[in-house]
Design a protein around this ligand. Structure first.
Ligand code: F6P
Length: 540
């Protein structure tokens, strides 16, 4: 079947099953085993990563058609082209090789790239050891604090991973400044000692206005306190020349090639803040977890391949069922920044309106991704997920164990809540059940009917659950690589370039032109009425 014929077959299949209850699919006792997949791993103890997608309206035929679609889109060939270093980022003529940062060197790839990656990792490890041991110190002694200044891919990954790995922290405290809003810089710097603070300026391009503005502010803060800022700053960038111009010596510039996209860069020098916090060994385990997922993605058959399955379930929900958003709901407080990280990973990658060849996309692109950790979200927006008029597919993440053995009861409640939500979403509560509840409370007649209708849950709301042993560095690496490859597969199936981000440019250009118009008396006559009104209101 051609790719378009497969899309059509999926639409026809969906029309035929749309009214079916998900719960009825469990009449088949083999349902859960057939619509789940596992990946065994070793992380201190043998463990297994489980992807359960049985609480969806997919059946054998639907899944087979989705696999046909993946094959018709040539996912495997595209995947192999990515790992082989072909320039699959076609609008920028670049290879896509973030996987090099965490894998064994591939002899087929250019030796210069491999050498650069290995050397940089070695330099990072040496540097991290020196900082953590105090051998490389600030003017006031061993570094107590590290500030990472970056935005987007130069911030979200390190922020998310540093928080996720809090139980492993034994290095200096980590802080992050990303927003050009001076409030963040002011709040972060308050209470820090410039003489024992290390500053990482992380910017692939070293031109991003937010980062360069924040870096200059922090440099002034240090110099204002009599600290030689250049001696306590490092740069993480592909533009070593610009970092040198800015005053950071080459021995403290950690570079990476243009085959590492910003939102895929936490595995390399952009992850330096993480390595400083948890140490090179745990950072190595983080890379190893991702490498395991890479191998699985390359080797597992499509219908047992976790990233492929996750992606194709996503395609089913977003493009076939037409659900416009997807909630990511980690029942893991330390993954509270995962949704924000995934927003960039997924929406900057797959939020495109044209296909690779420049033609209009014939269907919707990736969904809006959002979420918050459970159980907090349950007391905020879950009302809408359960009873709103829109269907929102949910993605739950849960560990079998926490890091707080003394608080085991907390973790039991956490797991129970996670499982209760996916069950409630699928099962719902019928009008008859709601009526019985109201009758048991003594209501009768019209009042019983009215109250009962408010207590109906439509059910049939799909969800996917991912379960792992514990949120270790290894497990975090697996989870992030799983999501990266899922984004890749979705992009291939949609026929878009997941590795450029032209959509961020226009706003940046206009901001540069708008900034001078904030000066009182500036001529804003070329602007539209709304923008002029707002400028008038906001001019200082
Ligand atoms: O504006 C979007 C973006 O280009 C992201 O893709 C990137 O992660 C971020 O800005 C930061 O860019 P840089 O690392 O070059 O400062």
């Amino acid at each position: 079947m051609t790719i378009e014929a497969t899309w059509k077959a999926l639409a026809t299949h969906h029309a035929g099953v749309a009214g079916r209850s998900i719960l009825s699919l469990f009449d088949d006792p083999g349902r859960a085993a057939a619509f789940s997949a596992e990946l065994a791993y070793e992380d201190g103890a043998p463990a297994s990563f489980l992807l359960d997608y049985s609480k969806t309206n997919l059946d054998v035929r639907g899944l087979a058609l989705l696999m046909d679609l993946a094959r018709a889109a040539r996912v495997e060939a595209r995947r192999d082209a990515m790992f082989a270093g072909r320039p699959i980022n076609e609008t920028e003529g670049r290879a896509v090789l973030h996987t090099m940062l965490r894998g064994a060197p591939d002899p087929a790839l250019p030796a210069a790239w491999t050498t650069e990656v290995i050397d940089t990792l070695r330099r990072m490890v040496t540097f991290a050891r020196a900082v953590r041991s105090g051998a490389f110190a600030g003017v006031g002694g061993a570094f107590t604090d590290v500030i990472n200044i970056g935005i987007g891919g130069s911030d979200l990954g390190p922020v998310m991973a540093t928080l996720a790995l809090a139980p492993y922290h034994d290095g200096p405290r980590a802080h992050f400044i990303s927003n050009v809003d001076g409030a963040q810089a002011a709040d972060t710097l308050r209470g820090l000692n410039p003489a024992t603070t290390l500053v990482i300026v992380a910017s692939k391009t070293f031109t991003t206005i937010e980062t360069m503005t924040n870096a200059a502010t922090v440099r002034d803060w240090m110099q204002g306190a009599g600290v030689d800022a250049a001696a306590q700053m490092v740069a993480v960038s592909s533009a070593g020349d610009l970092a040198a111009e800015w005053g950071i010596p080459p021995e403290r510039v950690f570079g990476f090639g243009d085959f590492i996209g910003g939102r895929y860069s936490v595995w390399g020098p952009v992850g330096l803040a993480v390595m400083l916090a948890v140490g090179p060994e745990d950072f190595g385990a983080f890379l190893d977890g991702a490498a395991l997922m890479d191998r699985h993605f390359r080797q597992a058959p499509l219908d047992r391949n976790l990233p492929v399955l996750l992606a194709m379930v996503g395609v089913w929900h977003a493009q076939i069922c037409g659900y416009a958003t997807r909630a990511v709901l980690p029942y893991d407080q330390r993954l509270s920044r995962l949704p924000a990280y995934l927003q960039q990973l997924e929406m900057e990658s797959n939020g495109k309106r044209v296909a690779m060849d420049g033609t209009d996309l014939p269907r919707s692109s990736g969904p809006v991704v959002w979420g918050e950790p459970g159980t907090n979200g349950q007391h905020a927006f879950y009302q809408m997920i359960h009873q709103g008029t829109r269907v929102i597919p949910c993605e739950f993440l849960i560990a079998a164990q926490g890091h707080e053995p003394a608080l085991a009861q907390h973790h039991r409640l956490l797991i129970a809540n996670c499982l209760a939500q996916s069950e409630a979403l699928m099962r719902g509560r019928s009008l008859a059940e709601a009526r019985a509840l109201m009758a048991a409370r003594g209501l009768t007649g019209a009042e019983l009917e009215r109250q009962a209708r408010h207590r109906v849950f439509p059910g049939d709301r799909p969800s996917v659950t991912m379960a792992y042993r514990q949120l270790t560095p290894f497990a975090l690496g697996m989870i992030l690589a799983l999501y990266e490859h899922r984004v890749f597969v979705e992009g291939v199936v949609l026929g878009i370039n997941s590795f450029d981000q032209w959509g961020v440019e226009l706003g940046k250009e206009l901001a540069l032109k708008l900034e001078p118009l904030l000066t009182p008396g500036a001529d804003d006559s070329a602007k539209d009425g709304s923008t002029r009104l707002l400028l008038g209101h906001l001019r200082g």
